[in-house]
Write a protein that binds this ligand. Sequence first.
Ligand code: GLP
Length: 244
Amino acid sequence: QVLTSGLEASQAVAREIADLIRLRESDGQTCVLGLATGSTPLDVYAELIRMHREEGLSFRNVVTFNLDEYYPMQPTAAQSYVRFMNEQLFDHIDIPAENVHIPDGTISLDDVAAYCDGYEQKIAARGGLDLQLLGIGRAGHIGFNEPGSTLDSRTRLVTLNDVTREDAASAYSGIENVPRQAITMGVGTIMQARRIILLAFGSSKASIVARATEGTVSESVPATFLHHHSNVEFWLDETSAAQL
Ligand code: GLP
C-alpha cells in the first residue's frame, strides 16, 4: 500500500491493529502483537492511544512482544526500548504490565542464550504472534537482524553493523556510545507471525524499500526473506516508494 503521507498510512495501520484487537476480543481470545521501535511506528502508537482515549479501545486482552533491545541496556536509560515503549505507548493505555514483553538488556552474558530461548517459549506459549509490526533499517535489517542473518535465525544476541550504529549515533551523542550488540527476535521468529506489516516512510528508505521488495532473496538484505511469507504488507508513503 502506498499512501500520500506517513501519517495517513500510520492511522490506517492503527485501524487494522484495532480491528484485530476487537476481533480477537469478540472471540474471547487475546491478541498477540509483535511491536517495533524506531521513529517509524510513532504515529501508529499515537493513533492507538487516541483510539483508547476517544473510542474506548481496550488493551486488556492484548499481549505484546517487542522485537529487540540494545545490549547492554538499563531499562531506565534514555535510549532503552523499554523506556521508549513506556513513553510512546504503554503508559497511556490499559495493557496489564504482565502482558508486556521486551528483551532484557540487563541479562548477564552467561544467561543470555537461555534468556533468548525463554523469550521464544513465551511467544509460543501465547499461541504465536497474530501480527508483527516492522520498520526497516537502511542496511535492510528487520528487528536487529543485520545482513548475514539467516532465515531460520531465532531470538539471540547479535552484533550491530556500522550503518545501524551510525543511524543511532545522534541518540547517543556519538557513535562511540552506541552499544555494539543487541538482543533481537530472529528472522525465523518474525516469519512465524500470522501477519506482518512493514512500515517505511521518507526518502531515506526509498533505496532499501526497492531492494527489499524487488531484489532477490538474500541474507545480505534480511528484509527480502519476507518474500517467503504469505501474509505480508509493506505500507509506504510516496517518498519511500519513489524507487519502485
Ligand atoms: C532500529 C530498530 C528497528 C527499526 C530501525 C529503523 O534499528 N531496531 O526495528 O526498524 O531502527 O528505525 P527508524 O524507524 O527510526 O528509521
